[in-house]
Structures are given as structure tokens and as C-alpha cells.
Design a protein around this ligand. Structure first.
Ligand SMILES: Nc1nc2c(ncn2[C@@H]2O[C@H](COP(=O)(O)OP(=O)(O)O)[C@@H](O)[C@H]2O)c(=O)[nH]1
Ligand SMILES: [Mg+2]
Length: 252
């Protein structure tokens, strides 16, 4: 079913955290603008996370003269200092105004052509939250074997603590009804965001719907920044948020 089958002219907010991505963010933005969303309007929310490689200045120019794209609104927000992907996302979610919010990294690892397939379960009311899984189909790229194994391990550990049955908890493509993501109190500033949001949604009894997506992994030389320290932090966050009990209602 096409994403607009049940309702047209809804808006998708694409939240893009950007940190030192001068070689990719513009190309990424063009790809986001080129996707056929079958009637959805678009809002792009770009959050510069204190870039020091020239990206910040480029984004200032975009803020002053955004491209005139039909049905697309632009918001550019700047962090004074680098604060991390999680912090950039919190800023982006607060600025989002669409019906649905998707997270889009500013590199070219994920393909915006997957948006219609990610939006479909939300458009039909089947789901409030959708994750794009890189590992649900074998044809998708896997990147470094160490990253692949770390992702599988972290997803398995996360499932054990939340009761979910995800195949890719660490995926960038997380899509939410805006009210849902704006109602989650988030505190992790860096990559701890992924296990934190997954655990907090699961604890609320929100089922996360997964759809397969494609993945074109980049190398460290091409700018990939995530490392083993982020993996250790993810384990800590899975245990911290996953093992935390649901808040009990106060006693009479
Ligand atoms: N690594 C990193 N990425 C950040 C930060 N703030 C925002 N981002 C953005 O968050 C996204 C994810 O980062 P990335 O390095 O691509 O992660 P990776 O591809 O998994 O290594 C990218 O769009 C970054 O530009 C930060 O402090 N560190
Ligand atoms: Mg990336």
C-alpha cells in the first residue's frame, strides 16, 4: 500500500544531525529532496553539532537561502559546541513539526529511497514506531565485520532486557509519530541514544515495527566515527535503561 493511501498531505520531518560532514551533507540533502514521498510534505531539520571543518559555515548559507523546493520547509539549528548525536537529535526533535519524524545521518550510508517503505506502517496506522533493519535481508551491506558482530550482540542484549525481537537496534533509520518521540524524556548525549530510546519505548509497551532497508557502509577513512568505546557505552545504556523497572503508579 502506498504511504499516502489513508491520508494525504501529511508532513515528514527529517531530522539530520550534522557534525563535520562537509563532504557529504549536501549530497545527502539532495537525495532526501529527490525521494518521491507519494504526497507527503517534507520538513528538513538540520542540526549542526558544533562542526569545525567548514560544515557550519555551509549550513549558515543554507539557512540564509534555502532551496525553493515544492512543499519542503527548512530549519537549521546550531549548537555552540559539539555535544554528540543524542544531543543533536534532542534539539532536532524539539524543532520538528511534522506528523512523523525520521532520523537521517548526514553521511551516505543509508538510502532515503527507503522512506516510503518505512512510512507505510505509520500511514496505515499499523505502527507508531518503525525501525529500518540492515540485517533483516542478506543483500544489504554489512560493513566492518567487527561492527556487524557488535551490532548483533548489542541488539541481542537489548532484546533480552526489553523483551523486543529486533534485528537491528542500532540502526539510524528510526521513524516515530511526532507526539511519541516528543513525549520520551531522553538524556544520552552521544550514541547511548539508540539503546536509551529503544528501552524507553519498549517499557511503555510500544511495539517497534521493523522493515528491511539497504545499507552502504563507509570506512573510517571516509569519515566513520563510531568506535569500540561507543560499543562499551551502549552495553552500559542497555543495562541501565533495559533493567530499570517500569515506573509504578503512586500508592493511594
Ligand atoms: N560521531 C559523531 N557524530 C555526530 C556527532 N554529532 C552529530 N553527529 C552526526 O550523527 C550521525 C552519526 O554519526 P556517524 O559518525 O555517521 O556514525 P557512524 O556512521 O555509525 O560511525 C552523523 O550524521 C554525524 O554527523 C558527534 O558528536 N559525533
Ligand atoms: Mg553513519
Amino acid at each position: 500500500m502506498s504511504p499516502c493511501a489513508s491520508k494525504t498531505h501529511r508532513t515528514l520531518s527529517v531530522v539530520i544531525p550534522v557534525y563535520n560532514e562537509r563532504d557529504t551533507w549536501r549530497n545527502l540533502m539532495d537525495r532526501v529532496l529527490a525521494v518521491d514521498l507519494h504526497g507527503w510534505n517534507r520538513q528538513l531539520v538540520l542540526v549542526d553539532d558544533g562542526s569545525t571543518d567548514g560544515t557550519r559555515e555551509q549550513l549558515r548559507e543554507l539557512e540564509e537561502s534555502p532551496p525553493a523546493e515544492n512543499g519542503t520547509a527548512f530549519k537549521v539549528v546550531f549548537h555552540e559546541q559539539n555535544a554528540g548525536k543524542g544531543a543533536a537529535l534532542r534539539t532536532g526533535f524539539a524543532a520538528a513539526e511534522g506528523d512523523v519524524v525520521i532520523i537521517q545521518d548526514a553521511d551516505l550510508e543509508y538510502d532515503p529511497n527507503d522512506y516510503p517503505r518505512l512510512l507505510a506502517p505509520l500511514a496505515t496506522g499499523q505502527a507508531d514506531v518503525v525501525y529500518g533493519s540492515r540485517f533483516a535481508v542478506r543483500s544489504s551491506g554489512r560493513g566492518y565485520i567487527k561492527n556487524y558482530l557488535a551490532n548483533r550482540f548489542l541488539t541481542g542484549l537489548s532484546n533480552l532486557t526489553t523483551g523486543a525481537t529486533l534485528t537491528d537496534m542500532e540502526t539510524c533509520y528510526k521513524v516515530f509519530r511526532r507526539e511519541v518521540i516528543q513525549s520520551v524524556l531522553l538524556e544520552q548525549n552521544r550514541f547511548g541514544f539508540e539503546p536509551e530510546v529503544t528501552a524507553k519505548l519498549s517499557k511503555r509497551g510500544i511495539r517497534i515495527h521493523e522493515v528491511p532497508i539497504s545499507y552502504d557502509p563507509r570506512t573510517h577513512a571516509a569519515g566513520k566515527k563510531i568506535g569500540w568505546r561507543d560499543g562499551l557505552k551502549a552495553i552500559w545504556c542497555i543495562l541501565k535503561y533495559g533493567l530499570r523497572r517500569r515506573a509504578k503508579p503512586p500508592r493511594e
